[in-house]
Write a protein that binds this ligand. Sequence first.
Ligand SMILES: [Zn+2]
Length: 465
Amino acid sequence: MMVKRATGLWIILVLVCMALVPLNSASANTLSDIPDAYSKEINYLIGKNIITGYEDGEFKPNQLVTREEAATMIGKALNLNGSTPRVTNFSDVNPNSYAAGYIQSANDQKIITGYTDGTFKPKTNMTRLEMAYLLSNAFKLTDTSKVFYTDMPSGTAQSNAIAGITNAGVTNGYTDGTFKPSASISRAEFAIMLARVLNDTFKVQPPEVTGKTQYVTVDSLNVRTGPGTSYAKIGSLGFGDKITTYSKTGDWIYVKTSSTVGYVHTAYISTTVPTPAPTPSGKKIVALDAGHGAHDPGAVKNGLSEKNMTLAIALKVRDILKQSGIEVVMTRSTDTYLSLDERVSVAQKSGADIFVSLHMNSATNTSASGTETYYTNAGTTSRATASKALAEFIQERLVDELGTKDRGEKTENYRVIYKNSLPAVLVEMGFISNTAEAKLINTHQTETAKAIALGIQDYFKWAEK
Ligand SMILES: [Zn+2]
């Protein structure tokens, strides 16, 4: 597709070059270090006097090309008016330098640009990406249809330039599927690319790269144009989708699917076919733990015992939740004793979604008051996040309902929540040691239970999102 648009210019170039530059194959063949694999391309350019060897008789194929050298060689290839040094648009190009005429001519033709600060940086090495810009601008290589390099985001000006030279048969990257856009370009690489632009017989096919089959392990996985969340989303993959993966950039990997190419996060793919999680029944289950029991009364103050208050309120929470279709498993529903580990075991064996333990607080300072809810950051990040959310929902409902002092959500590794794999909280509903607060909660058991149930329902609504 590109060839049509460039043919006119190409013919003119070749005619001009042939007319003005005498072939000098003798001098080309005297250079000692031209790599055999690319001797045709390099000698072709030497023959056109576009690139030359050094006085010591070497070509120095691995030496890097500076930006002024690149401008000069391209200028010669395009037969730009450059042999006479002159003042340029750039503050850091010496008007008397050998390259000044070519730099300014190339800039006039919009083939080469400087930096936003008005400099050209003539002595800086040219990168492979800059070479792509240079060649795609100079030779109007505008076929930007998709090419496949594992280290290039798609749909950017950069990738368009690289696609342009790739689709024109000027390059096919490296054997590992990369293009290495920021690598400096050597004299051999520069010569090979330029020779391919000028002569069809040197052209190469776009790269074919083999990848590895992997599978998506989540329901919705975004595909992005580049390796990071700041890149645009161009597609979405579903659980079990088969993908072909290529090279990694940090935590991101370049993938091809039946419908798209782009980057996905490596955390959500697997080399084995993932097994779907069992379909949830839709029924929520709460493990409810009334603190203390039997020979362990908990705190006993103001004529009340903690074990009786927690059980009475827990039973009311159970009834309220059941009415709203939430299943409840009680660690105890009578005045019995279970160890802390037994409470955890009951909850986990029941298949519960969450664990809520109820307690009353106590302090020697009888004026201490308020409601507080504990969770722990132990376990997986998702469990910690869920536990914190559960604590916040219950705490807010209780303080709102009872009008108690808001002592907040706190982290503490209490055994019943720390040893638990479920999202888990321990609620200190109020101070049994504070006469007024003990009486308030004891006479408002139903309201207290309702607030806890509402907090649990808030949590389930949040968790479903
Ligand atoms: Zn307690």
